[in-house]
Design a protein around this ligand. Structure first.
Ligand code: 0O2
Length: 273
């Protein structure tokens, strides 16, 4: 196949990877904006390289005209979670979406591969709108924890280095470290609630501070400078105390003050029309 044809083949996959990455990243953003825990920690995507496609064609005896049908991972999305418990939640989110259709699932979390590889795979059908019209492609979504991702990244590099013939002593080390990742994931699950609480508080505080500062900023055109300086000093004092409840109370009070100023400015405008 010529270069031009490879580009024609891969372009819709590139579009799909970009769209899917935005969609899943946006889910994370939405959770955080609402101050709730997101089962999605990070999203990455890639289009399989031509050399990797050629390798797989050779390995699996795939003809050029069979690539799209038989190679499900030309478009690949990776969703990284903090905890093992998040993986089925992300899988459910994907199953319930109407813009993609799950056609296959492989659970290498429950059924670890003999290499030590763990991850949950979903093959989906996804439609992109290209200049030539709609096109439905297949994409592979790999869902895994940070620990599983760490292990598979290292192992993948070694597979590349040893051309899929990793020496036995290294294989054994990899298997032992895969077991350690299982232990690590389990340990993290045990303190999951505490970690989630801490992260939610951190995010809540960040959202509150952003809203308070925006409110103070808005007051600049409505209140006098001395009043604003006083409010700002009060904010720094409450912030220094590090008490989330006090910060929430301050936020509410500031809302009421801002509302008062806004009402005043509207009635002033009306009087002067
Ligand atoms: P790359 O370079 O990541 O694109 P199957 O016929 O279903 O048994 P297939 O089609 O390879 O085999 O599917 P499988 O086993 O579900 O693997 C799909 C992808 O999962 C692989 O793509 C890897 O990305 C990842 N994967 C599977 N097994 C391993 C493993 O033992 N170690 C690591 N690091 N990754 C693994 P590619 O095309 O093999 O590789």
């Amino acid at each position: 196949m010529e270069i031009r044809l490879w580009r024609d083949l891969l372009d819709p996959y590139d579009l799909a990877v970009r769209e899917l990455t935005v969609k899943f990243s946006h889910l994370r953003y939405e959770h955080h904006a609402r101050g709730i825990y997101s089962p999605i920690e990070e999203v990455t995507g890639r289009v399989k390289s031509v050399s990797s496609i050629l390798d797989k064609m050779q390995k699996k005896n795939i003809d050029f005209d069979e690539i799209e049908q038989r190679m499900e991972d030309i478009a690949g999305i990776r969703i990284i979670c903090q905890f093992v418990e998040d993986i089925p939640k992300v899988a459910d989110i994907i199953r319930n979406r109407t813009d993609m259709q799950v056609i296959q699932e492989k659970d290498y979390v429950e059924n670890m591969k003999s290499s030590g590889y763990r991850s949950f795979h979903m093959i989906i059908r996804y439609q992109v709108q290209t200049a030539a019209g709609p096109k439905t492609i297949q994409a592979e979504i790999q869902i895994r924890t940070m620990g599983m991702n760490f292990w598979s990244t290292i192992e993948h590099s070694l597979q590349y280095k040893y051309k899929h013939n990793i020496p036995q002593h290294l294989k054994e080390k990899l298997l032992r470290s895969a077991d350690s990742i299982v232990t690590l994931d389990n340990e993290m699950s045990r303190v999951r609630d505490e970690i989630m609480d801490a992260q939610n508080s951190m995010r809540l505080q960040a959202n509150l501070v952003a809203e308070i500062l925006q409110n103070i900023q808005n007051l600049y055109s409505l209140a006098n400078q001395r009043e604003i300086a006083k409010i700002q000093d009060e904010f720094y004092e409450v912030y220094r105390e590090g008490d989330l409840e006090k910060l929430e109370r301050f936020h509410k009070q500031l809302d009421i003050i801002s509302e008062g100023y806004r009402a005043q400015s509207i009635s002033f405008d009306e009087e002067h029309i």
